[in-house]
Design a protein. Structure first.
Lengths: 180, 351
């Protein structure tokens, strides 16, 4: 069967007519939003804050566009912003605000999500890690960053990333074995 | 399944899925931008406040360089006076006449004459004669009125003319301007705004002009010497400049040996010859010489007299073989010897 197609809808972008900041960043947003929220969720103890932090990271990238080194691919910049915001004072302020706003008897979102026992153990072991080790694990095994990329995001050397990863995995394995 | 693969799977499951609208980011960006702008405004306001506080602290704490700013009026008298000499202005102590500082900047031209000091004590106004020949058939250079910081620095020409006298409030400068041999005029200049007001125009009258000598302490009257068209004798005129139309009051004729004259609080003081000595007397304007009151006498001729803004402290230049002997006099303290100088004029340095 031959399917006839109409003329291809190709929008020709004139040479030298670059995409706007809004277009570039919104494309990254729709492609990467979910994974960035996941990254923030794993770095934060309060998972509901993750979406706010990712949106804030995009908003800051938009505002500080002149500071983005690679204008064609701003994802590494946004990812670093997410990591930084997750650990920054903003997180503490948002947490405090959340605690004030939360109803005392509302059910915990964690309780619903962590139904699976195996996952609960892994996440519990992850949360027992020191902050830097936890960041390395999440970037490496969730965000699928290479050690070089993780080092760039965290602003540390690649060797340090490897060391943190090695210690983190050993620590998690010990924790998980102990919990059996 | 290796631990690393298990970790990957569990982390993905834990992270879950999420969706959002780009518009939410734009709204967040707007909110963030507004917050940033407010922060910047607060920072700017704080910076201004900090600068003001720092400046206040510096002015309050850091001792000032006395040579940069003339301060202090011990016994109601300025601590310093300036003399216009050969190619220099000299700042001297009014205690013993010793030289505090010599200002030589900007004297490529001829000698300095007719000196006065700004009300805040930071600027010296004086006349200097340009080395350029100005009028046909005359070797005279053009008379410039210039000012220079007492702390030293560039000299700035502000007008062409002679005999600059700063008003007590420091806002006006009276002087006489004349182009070559044409009739001149006496003007009051606002050096800041650059506005000029003519208070006497010599055109078409029998006087060559009025040379300013002294301001009254209230700044409403100007004592001026009548410059005759030919040779002396001259006379004295008080010009009331408080109103829109200057009023002239002729004080007296050759009996007043101007420029040894000044305005006191209510009266005019002039030097007169009396027998073998000279007397500096005060008289009420428009009254006869019979109403005179002797302030002090001198065996030699007072060539220049200059009162401070209060009109109570007088600088006296007495003719001597090597220039002038300088003295100060006040009713309370009497005479004080301030040494000798080869000078052309002097003035109290004011606060």
């Amino acid at each position: 069967m031959v399917v006839e197609t109409g003329p291809l809808d190709v929008r020709v972008v004139p040479r030298g007519d670059a995409l706007s900041v809004d277009e570039v960043l919104s494309r990254v947003f729709y492609e990467r939003y979910s994974s960035l929220v996941g990254l923030a969720r794993l770095l934060l103890d309060e998972r509901d804050l993750a979406e706010e932090i990712v949106q804030e990271a995009f908003a800051r990238t938009l505002e500080g566009w002149e500071r983005v080194r690679d204008k064609d691919d701003p994802y590494p910049y946004v990812r670093r912003a997410v990591v930084n915001l997750s650990r920054s004072g903003l997180r503490r302020r948002l947490l405090a605000r959340r605690r004030l706003e939360a109803a005392p008897d509302s059910p915990s979102a964690d309780a619903v999500v962590l139904a699976d026992e195996s996952r609960r153990e892994v996440i519990a072991a992850l949360r027992e890690l020191p902050r830097r080790q936890r960041e390395c694990v999440v970037l490496r095994y969730y965000a699928e960053c290479s050690t070089a990329e993780a080092a760039d995001v965290l602003g540390i050397s690649e060797g340090s990333v490897k060391t943190h990863l090695h210690r983190a995995l050993a620590s998690m394995e010990r924790t998980l074995e102990g919990s059996r | 399944m290796s631990f690393e693969n298990r970790l990957r799977a569990e982390l993905r499951a834990e992270a879950g899925e999420a969706s959002a609208n780009w518009t939410d980011v734009l709204v967040t960006g707007e909110r963030l931008g507004a917050r940033r702008r407010a922060q910047r405004r607060r920072l700017a306001a704080l910076s201004v406040a900090a600068v003001i506080a720092l400046a206040t602290l510096v002015f309050a704490v850091v001792p000032r360089d006395e040579s940069r700013r003339v301060v202090g009026q011990p016994h109601g008298r300025s601590a310093y006076f300036v003399t216009a000499e050969d190619r220099q202005i000299t700042l001297r102590s009014s205690v013993d006449g010793s030289v505090i500082k010599v200002i030589r900047g900007g004297f490529e031209a001829n000698n300095a004459q007719y000196v006065d000091v700004s009300a805040d004590g930071t600027q010296v106004f004086f006349m200097r004669e340009s080395t350029k020949k100005h009028c046909r058939g005359s070797d005279m250079g053009r008379a410039e009125i210039v000012r220079t910081p007492l702390s030293g620095g560039p000299t700035e020409r502000i007008a062409y003319g002679i005999a600059p006298i700063v008003s007590p409030d420091g806002r006006s400068l009276a002087y006489f301007e004349q182009y070559c041999n044409k009739p001149g005029r006496t003007v009051v200049l606002d050096p800041v705004r650059g506005s000029k007001r003519t208070i006497h125009d010599a055109g078409g009258v029998d006087r060559a002009g009025l040379r300013p000598l002294s301001w009254s302490p209230d700044g409403n009257k100007l004592l001026a010497e009548v410059l005759p068209p030919d040779a002396p004798p001259s006379g004295l005129v008080v010009v009331d400049v408080s109103g829109p139309h200057p009023q002239e009051n002729y004080v007296g004729g050759p009996g007043f040996s101007a420029p040894a004259a000044f305005v006191t609080e209510r009266e005019i003081a002039v030097a007169m010859k009396r027998g073998d000595e000279y007397a500096v007397v005060s008289v009420a304007p428009m009254r006869s010489l019979d109403d005179e009151k002797t302030l002090f006498t001198s065996p030699t001729r007072p060539a220049f007299l200059r009162a401070d803004p209060s009109g109570r402290n007088i600088l006296i230049a007495l003719e001597a073989d090597n220039g002038y002997d300088i003295r100060s006099w006040s009713k309370r303290d009497g005479f004080r010897d301030l040494g000798n100088a080869r000078m052309r004029d002097f003035a109290w340095a004011r606060r």
